[in-house]
Ligand binder design. Sequence first.
Ligand SMILES: [Zn+2]
Length: 113
Amino acid sequence: MACELDASRCPRCGLLAVPPEPIGCERCGTPAVELGATTVSSTGAVIGHATVYEHVRPEPATRFEVFAVRTDDGPVVRSLLRGAGPGEVTLDDRVEGAIEADRFAFVAAAVAR
Ligand SMILES: [Zn+2]
């Protein structure tokens, strides 16, 4: 089951941001103290992915892929993908967010592609 993601919503322009904006709305400049706290669905469609061959941290071990997903509520979220091998998930495929061992990642959605 897809988890919800913490987000901020701008009261002036309506921009949803994940994670919540710490400084202010990146579209209209409304200060962070005026932004509303909300949650958005972590389910969405893959809009991009890239393979990482070198990384400054030991985890995750390279090579791994980072996916950009446009969530059904609008914000774009970038994260790792679990449960699928290279090339098994690509553009426009449906994925959903899940938290395992306190870490967020996308997994291929149970819904039809
Ligand atoms: Zn705004």
